[in-house]
Write a new protein. Structure first.
Length: 201
């Protein structure tokens, strides 16, 4: 007999931290490796920069754009409550970076996540792998490992292709179908929304 009832178990799954919905390279610890499979052939590309709350400078949030923003676009998006974040030198603004997001299935967490990154090294490695003969036809026919080494400015990320976990195929398909049935939409990221559900407002 289970220690926790089925109802309570399902409720706990539903109330999991929204951070579990995202696979962010910076959240991976040095020496850690995450295995996942892509759920889309192409990532969703956008532009991203960060802003600081004028009333609480320690509070930061990302601002996203479908096209490379003009200074006017940035000012309008940040509004009156946020100012653009400065770089490490504290003099110039942090750059607006090209960002990518793609739905993945994380084998370690056994769930669908949004893998989002701005790191050029990750983009370059995906680009190289996608042009190899074994993976040129479909990047969803294999798995990937994302690993991290180092901290701060010495951080290095490595992306490696791996054979597909065929025994997990049905589980992956079922989880992805469920997410899509719930209305999964990456474009919600642009307005700060949740790709997994529509805003209740």
């Amino acid at each position: 007999m289970p220690f926790i009832s089925t109802i309570a178990s399902e409720d706990a799954k539903q109330s999991s931290n929204t951070k579990d919905n995202y696979l962010n390279p910076s959240s991976i610890k040095s020496g850690q490796k995450v295995r996942f499979t892509l759920l889309a052939e192409e990532p969703y590309m956008f532009y991203e920069l960060w802003g600081n709350d004028v009333n609480d400078p320690q509070k930061r949030k990302p601002f996203r754009f479908t096209e490379d923003p003009t200074p006017e676009d940035i000012t309008h998006k940040l509004g009156d409550n946020f100012v653009r974040s400065l770089g490490r030198d504290g003099k110039a603004f942090e750059p607006c970076r090209i960002a990518h997001a793609v739905p993945v299935y994380n084998y370690d967490l056994e769930r669908v996540q949004v893998f989002s990154w701005t790191q050029k090294t990750i983009t370059q490695q995906f680009d190289v792998i996608s042009q190899l003969e074994d993976y040129a036809d479909s990047m969803t026919d294999c798995d990937f490992y994302l690993s991290r080494a180092g901290e701060g400015t010495d951080t290095k990320y490595t992306v490696q292709a791996a054979p597909k976990k065929k025994a997990m195929a049905k589980t992956v398909d079922d989880e992805w179908d469920a997410a899509q049935d719930e209305g999964f939409d990456l474009s919600r990221l642009i307005d700060g929304g949740d790709p997994f559900k529509e805003s209740e407002e």
